[in-house]
Structures are given as C-alpha cells and as structure tokens.
Design a protein around this ligand. Structure first.
Ligand SMILES: [Zn+2]
Length: 193
C-alpha cells in the first residue's frame, strides 16, 4: 500500500513539474521511501511516462530526471525495440499469424483496409509473458483489435474442439490460458466444483 502511494506521489510531482529538471534528493523526499528510484522506473516501464535521464539527454547529470510530455506512451509502443520488431516481422514473413493477412495488402476479411502489422504477445504480459522474440508474433490491426470475430464466420464449438484436440500440448495450454484470461470468474467456479 505504502509503495503504491509513493508511485502516486512521484507521478503527481512529475506531472506538476513538467519540463523541470528534478534531482534525486527532491524525488526521494517526495516519495518518502528509500526505494524511490524503482518507483520512477515503474512509471517509465509500466506506465509509459517518458521520464528522461542522463542516458537519454546529454545535458542531464546522473541523478537528474525530467518529464516533458504528460501523455504516457501506449503499451505497444514501448519496451519492444525497433530491432526486435523488425526481427519478429521478418521471421513471421510480414504475415499476420492469426489470419494470414500480408502487410501492405488489402485485408482478407475487410478489403477496405490495408493490412498493418503490429507486434503482439503470444502469452500476455499479465500472464507472465515476456518481450522475448520467442513470445512475440506479428498480428494485423484487425486481429490485434479482436475485430476478427465480427468479420469471420464463427466456428462451432464442435469444430473448435476438434482443432484443439489435434493441437500440440503447448498450443492447448495457450488456448487454456487465453480462455482463463477471458473468463476468469467462470474458470474459478469450474475449478472449485
Ligand atoms: Zn490478422
């Protein structure tokens, strides 16, 4: 509780002092805990605030921080480097790994849209998935938004189960993880029975 409080205080302080160079003594005081630097990292890495340090700006000294933009970066735009994105797109043949749409071509289920590819996590980060290339795949914007369900004919449960029974154990676990994530309450009730 106390730690979440420190992060809240730091976020508020940075937002109230946009464009000001803040040094570590001040931030420690604001946070009120010795682990304040970790909370600053969380604001950067988990919440997406572009808090800059001497690693990002040559005019900043070690221990100095500055936030200029109050808008956090969206989750898909951070952490995964350009190199990793390029590697994953190339490995996946610039093809959506869910529906097979190819980058730059009209989307098979929505020909009015040109296919744009994103990098998606195979095992979601909330389920412990990492940013390692092995856990990443190319997804088109349609699949990424989950809009595919509305444009595709829905498969029957019978057909789905046939597919799942034929899949590898690892893929079955992935299906299970996805279902648990989608239906956490129902999953718990079934397990408790
Ligand atoms: Zn797709």
């Amino acid at each position: 509780m106390r730690e979440a409080g420190a992060r809240d205080k730091l976020r508020k302080y940075f937002l109230a002092h946009l464009g000001e160079v803040l040094d570590s003594d001040r931030l420690r005081e604001v946070a009120g805990i010795s682990e304040w630097a970790r909370r600053v990292r969380e604001l950067r890495n988990e919440e997406g605030y572009r808090i800059l340090t001497h690693h990002d700006r040559s005019e900043l000294k070690p221990g100095q921080y500055i936030l200029e933009d109050p808008r956090p970066q969206p989750a898909f735009a951070r952490e995964i480097s350009k190199e990793t994105r390029a590697y994953v797109l190339d490995r996946n043949g610039f093809t959506c790994q869910m529906c097979g749409a190819v980058a730059g071509e009209p989307h098979p289920y929505d020909p009015t849209r040109k296919t744009r590819l994103h990098i998606g996590h195979i095992v979601d980060k909330s389920m412990g998935g990492t940013d390692d290339p092995a856990n990443l795949r190319a997804l088109c914007s349609v699949c990424n938004e989950g809009a595919q369900n509305m444009t595709l004919d829905r498969p029957s449960s019978e057909k789905l189960l046939i597919q799942i029974r034929r899949a590898t154990g690892a893929d079955q676990i992935k299906a299970l993880e996805w279902l648990i994530r989608k239906f956490p309450k129902q999953s718990k009730e079934m397990i408790d029975k």
